[in-house]
Design a protein around this ligand. Structure first.
Ligand code: RB5
Length: 147
């Protein structure tokens, strides 16, 4: 199950990504927004990411205007490793090396075709582990030290 959310600036791209997920038979939960009315991206990031850390969803896709604000907010949720991507290489390697669990994109940055490619590689690339596991564990340790 994929958690997906956006603010108003990411709404159109979210709807396009949802159509792509449907076409590919990928199950998703839509955490809004549900129209073009202005909403605050941190609230959407928090509710979407909570569904990932509580185990309801495996990974997430978040979209705002740039992808940046919503990724900053997402990364405040313990257990979330959100990556803002607008190129194929980053979307692939953030899975391989960072075990990223949320892909963030900018609705004002990437087009629908590229977004679908980023989603596909993000969802279909496994974490490599190995030498990267120590570094991902260190990220977790930073979180623990903030408590
Ligand atoms: C909303 O206008 C815009 O600021 C937001 O979508 C996002 O780009 C913030 O990072």
């Amino acid at each position: 199950m994929i958690a997906i959310g956006s603010d108003h600036a990411g709404f159109e791209l979210k709807q396009s990504v949802i159509a792509h997920l449907k076409e590919n038979g990928i199950e998703y939960k839509d955490f809004g927004c549900y129209d073009m009315n202005s909403v605050d991206y941190p609230a959407i990031a928090e509710t979407t990411c909570k569904a990932i850390v509580n185990g309801d969803c495996e990974r997430g896709i978040l979209i705002c205007g740039t992808g940046i604000g919503i990724s900053i907010a997402a990364n405040k949720v313990q257990g979330i490793r959100a990556a803002c991507c607008s190129d194929y290489f980053s979307a692939k390697y953030t899975r391989l090396h960072n075990d990223a669990n949320v892909l963030c994109m900018g609705g004002r940055v990437v087009g629908a075709g590229l977004a679908n490619e980023l989603v596909d590689v993000f969802l279909h690339t496994d974490y490599e582990g190995g030498r990267h596991a120590r570094r991902v564990a260190m990220i977790h340790e930073i979180e623990q030290r903030q408590k």
